[in-house]
Design a protein. Sequence first.
Length: 344
Amino acid sequence: MKIDDIARLANVSKSAVSLALNGKPGVGPETRDKILKIAQDTGYVQRSQVHAQQVYRTNRFLRLVALTNSGIVLDEFEKQPFFTELIRHIEDQCSSNGYSLLFSSIQGDLLAEEIQRLATDVEASGLILLGTNLTREQVALVSGQIANLVVLDTCHESVSADFVVMNNFMGGYQAARHLIELGHRRIGYVQSKSRMHNFDSRRKGFDAALEEFGLTLAPEHAFTILPTVVSSQEEFLQGWSGLRGDRPTALFCECDYMAISVIKSAHELGIRVPDELSVIGFDDIAEAEVITPELTTIHVEKETIAALAVERLIRLTEQEGRNLHLKTLVDTSLVVRKSTKALE
């Protein structure tokens, strides 16, 4: 394969091919991309080509896409604390690797149509999919059309795709064990109205810890509230007020927003946290340190998740490791603050 052949295939001049392969200005980004792709596909190799690819890579983009709905990931998802921190870390990782990050959000009912459009996207060389509330079928649809794909914040074991996700089972287990070690035996569970893989895994970890210590969750001690509201919620107020007999001395909430809502609800009910009720959350968002009392929670390594996702996606764009899909689990850790207390 010679420069003449590449020029013919790309329908450009030999000088344009030379400029592109040597990383010099004077060639538009689309033309440069076309030339380098032909050179790569046909096995053309020259010393200057390595330099050209390095120069060109600094102008490449990765795309972050979120599927929005009325449950977990809202239309303004980038303003939600957990996602704000995660996105910032993804942007930092992209920048440190010479990439820029493009933002997109897709309405749930337009997924198939929008993914077809993104499959022909010439701006971004790879896609990070925020899969928080995606079903197995939705992830499979995307992975079938996007070659360079990493899915964040969920994991469907039967889908052939790359995933990076927090260890939700461990987090639920750590939360329950912390409360048990503080002496609590009547431990309640506050779950989200909107269900997703992450929440279900947290519940399994929670149940495993209780079972290990010979405990069970009383059905009447399970409360269901909205996951994206930080004010007190009527569902919890009514559920708690309607309890007969012994009430829980501690509650595990599936996310920090719900824990903050529960603390505010407890205040309205005249319940002192943590003196009369211990509360623990999940995610360790910034607000966990400004609520009174400061929230004990499960810390999610958002920076590590972002780094692993970007690193993996870049490897895929460089044609490395495409024959092997990785499902990466990042462990959580317990952060003890002031909303939990030993039972007296």
